[in-house]
Ligand binder design. Structure first.
Ligand code: ZN
Length: 793
């Protein structure tokens, strides 16, 4: 069986169990505002064509032609999951076709889907890396199908993204071309996997949500059963069970968020889907516990999750470093998916609070205003070493953004019988089919810059139904549903809400103002969400945020960035926690933003003195999502409220005035050497460092070309060493050279060179007068090395 496009909503309703609340699909919502509409347009005009072209240039499309036997060049791309980038951008392109016709793009998608179909094996297997029969097969994929699935082959991960793309393409275009390929592949999985047959779980989750989507469209219950099998197999005996891939325990025995954050959040999303479709209570109780663990202990104020780059994973409770924050863009997208599902299960606005925080901050920061540069990690502090990039070999975040942004209108409304939920405040028009009537609902607002909202309700006939309007947690000074973040000022006053210009009393249910009445054509609901600036404090357990506060206005989290502040510096700024903060809208700055203004103090080191020079200054904050659109600079979300946690602007030194060069082809790492930022220890990833990974057992160098001739007689160096998990160790040996008559000459020292972890190695030598010094480093036999700081005196 199956449903035609027109019957699809009806078909959804035929499923015996599903989410009690159903989203109003993005296809029903037309966004017209000044904030999201331009971003969705940039995604359609720039990001999607750009990513499609990158997929072509990098050989990702050729992978399909190789598998189809149409290209015989014995090449391939880098990762066994590269097929998913094409699937994800097809998903995004399909969505974008729905909001704006584009015959050229539509035709190109047909061509690409033709390639995908040609790459599919007769029995439905679709995985270009194996089918293309490369003379040097990728070591992750194993010698036969599924052999390394629980490890790194990503065969099922590819399948999951194929299904998500296929359902989107079908929903958006009505065409079954990609859906048929997906169904053929899913039928092979059904035949292959199951208790007593091939018992393998996906190393990287997403096939679970892909299968539930395919089940909803086709009605084939085997797909739902298979999704449940993949979940239930995790953590059973005899498998590649690891915390990294959420398989160290059975899923129903997991109560905390662990391991690789994207895998985890996709899995929790899949568990929510299966719980909704089967009524499974054990899944529910597990993901409820995990959700609390995240909001109480493991989420950034930006909504980012997955604090550590080591394993791209959730860190320990309260371990939320700012400069080394990983907070992968894909994890933010997954967090939106998961929290939306939690809302659809429970009907509580607190999940949308998390969704909104993530959406406007840690997710949106993943893409530049121009739409063609991207963040993979989304740090909350920077010395300028972080910049968005046009591409990565592992392009997951880029293709994920292409598919997420055009689907964003699908998070604005939801419905449950005659209850209509208004979750997000976005200028838009949509038609929602309630049992009582078809309702056209129009939102007029300048959100997120202004809290004034006007909802016009046009039912097809006078009808009785309830409208649930979300009152965001930040209105009631509850910035986050958990107890990780708080505001000092308590505001418990609910906003006044007017219907047809008259104030109306209302009750609150699960975070929603509820209005149940007979609605007439042209009824108007209006209110004004108070957009005061809130100072947010983290729990004392979060070491990185102690004596600091963050600024939030409406749903937007702010940061200080160099270009808006004195000396292009922000790490040296202190703002009193009681300082008055004002705001102004700047229409031409960073595509139009509300800027925050306050007074603060800044400190500078004075050369050859322990004294600090302190001065008053104006301090300006911009929305976090908009940072890093004006070149490299300092940035900080958590503002010191106390001079003891600020970093005084360094005094000029021989090193800081030098031109840096090194045997590393990434100049963004150079400034780490002379930024005078003291690491806490050798592994301190929140201090910047230069490294030679993945080289090993080679001789490398860094060099300072002085701004003038100096006589120097000592030097000290602090090594980066991320043992035991990382690839860098203190070096095997090192030596110091100076430039003499165009030659590098070793300095003469009476003491030996020491090699120390977690502290400086200092060397004193016979004074030399020179214009440049070089530090030569011998890497260990099996590891790389790195340097936090290198000073000369
Ligand atoms: Zn990613």
């Amino acid at each position: 069986m199956g449903c035609s496009l027109l019957l699809q909503d009806h078909c959804f309703a035929q499923l015996k169990n599903d989410y009690p609340i159903q989203p109003v699909l993005f296809t029903q919502v037309h966004v017209t505002d000044a904030f999201w509409a331009p971003r969705i347009k940039t995604n359609a005009d720039v990001t999607i064509p750009y990513t499609l072209e990158q997929c072509r240039k990098t050989g990702r499309i050729d992978n399909f032609l190789r598998a189809a036997g149409k290209l015989k060049d014995d090449k391939r791309t880098s990762f066994t999951f590269d097929d998913t980038d094409l699937y994800k951008v097809i998903e995004g392109a399909s969505y974008s076709l729905r909001s704006k016709a584009n015959p050229g793009l539509s035709l190109y998608l047909d061509t690409l889907i033709g390639y995908i179909g040609a790459a599919q094996e007769k029995d439905g297997y679709l995985y270009t890396f194996r089918t293309m029969k490369n003379s040097k097969p990728h070591e992750w994929m194993g010698s036969k199908r599924w052999e390394k699935e629980e490890d790194l082959s990503h065969e099922l991960y590819n399948a999951g993204h194929l299904y998500e793309a296929a359902v989107a393409h079908y929903e958006a275009t009505g065409k079954k071309s990609l859906l048929n390929i997906a169904v053929k592949n899913a039928d092979l999985l059904v035949k292959t996997f199951g208790w007593g047959r091939e018992e393998k779980f996906p190393g990287h989750q997403i096939v679970e949500t892909g299968l539930t989507k395919l089940y909803r469209v086709t009605g084939k219950k085997e797909y739902l059963d298979l999704a449940k099998f993949f979940l239930d197999l995790r953590g059973t005996a005899g498998h590649n069970n690891q915390r990294y891939s959420q398989s160290d325990k059975k899923v129903v025995d997991q109560h905390t968020a662990e391991g690789h954050a994207v895998r985890a959040a996709y899995m929790y999303t899949g568990m929510a889907d299966v719980a909704a479709l089967t009524g499974d209570k054990q899944y529910l109780s597990a993901i409820d516990d995990i959700w609390h663990d995240v909001v109480d202990k493991k989420i950034y104020i930006t909504g980012g999750i997955g604090a550590t780059g080591s394993g791209e994973a959730f860190g320990d409770a309260y371990d939320l470093p700012n400069m080394s924050a990983y907070a992968e863009t894909c994890a933010a997208i997954a967090n939106v998916y998961w929290n939306n599902r939690m809302f659809l299960l429970h009907g509580d606005a607190k999940y949308i609070d998390v969704l909104e925080r993530t959406l406007y901050n840690g997710l949106l920061s993943g893409i530049s205003l121009s739409g063609d540069k991207f963040f993979y990690p989304n740090p909350l502090a920077s010395l300028g070493q972080h910049q968005r990039r046009p591409w990565w070999d592992c392009a997951c975040c880029i293709s994920n953004l292409t598919r997420f942004l055009p689907s964003m209108p699908g998070y604005i409304y939801a419905q449950d019988k005659n209850n209509l939920y208004v979750n997000l405040f976005v200028g838009s028009t949509s038609v929602v089919q309630l049992p009582a009537a078809a309702v056209t609902i129009k939102q007029t607002t300048q959100y997120p810059w202004d809290g004034k909202e006007l909802l016009t309700i046009d039912p097809s006939k006078p009808a009785s139904f309830s409208i649930h309007i979300r009152i965001p947690g930040w209105v009631l000074d509850k910035p986050s549903p958990g107890n990780l973040y708080r505001e000092e000022e308590k505001n418990t006053a609910l906003p006044e809400i007017l219907i047809n210009a008259k104030p109306v009393k209302y009750t609150m249910e699960k975070g929603y103002a509820v209005f149940n009445r007979v609605w007439q054509k042209g009824d108007k609901i209006s209110f004004d969400l108070p957009m005061q600036v809130n100072k947010i404090f983290a729990s004392d357990s979060v070491k990185a945020d102690r004596k600091r506060f963050a600024l939030q206005r409406g749903p937007i989290v702010y940061c200080l960035e160099g270009p808006d502040n004195k000396d292009s510096a922000v790490m040296n700024i202190v703002v009193d926690k009681d300082a008055t903060v004002t705001s102004s809208f700047e229409p031409t700055l960073l595509a139009g933003i509300t800027v925050l203004h306050m007074r603060g103090t800044s400190t500078k080191r004075i050369a050859n003195s322990d004294e600090l020079e302190r001065s008053d200054q104006a301090v300006t904050a911009i929305p976090y999502y908009a940072w890093a659109n004006r070149g490299p600079s300092e940035m900080e979300v958590w503002i010191p409220g106390d001079a003891t946690v600020a970093k005084p602007k360094p005094a000029p030194s021989i090193a800081s005035k030098s031109k840096v060069s090194a045997s590393v082809d990434n100049p963004r790492m150079y400034r780490a050497l002379n930024d005078q930022y003291e690491p806490a220890d050798s592994k301190d990833g929140s201090a910047s460092y230069l490294h030679w990974w993945p080289k090993k057992n080679t001789t490398e160098w860094v060099q300072y070309d002085f701004d003038s001739t100096y006589t120097v007689s000592s030097s000290k160096v602090y090594w980066f060493d991320d043992s035991p998990w990382g690839g860098c160790r203190i070096p095997a040996s090192w030596k110091l050279l100076y430039r003499k008559d165009g030659q590098w000459v070793a300095v003469k020292s009476s003491s030996a060179y020491t090699v120390t972890k977690d502290g400086y190695d200092t060397i004193s030598f016979e004074p030399v007068t020179t214009t440049a010094m070089r530090l030569e480093v011998q890497l260990p036999a099996e590891f790389a090395s790195g340097i936090h700081e290198w000073m000369i005196k």
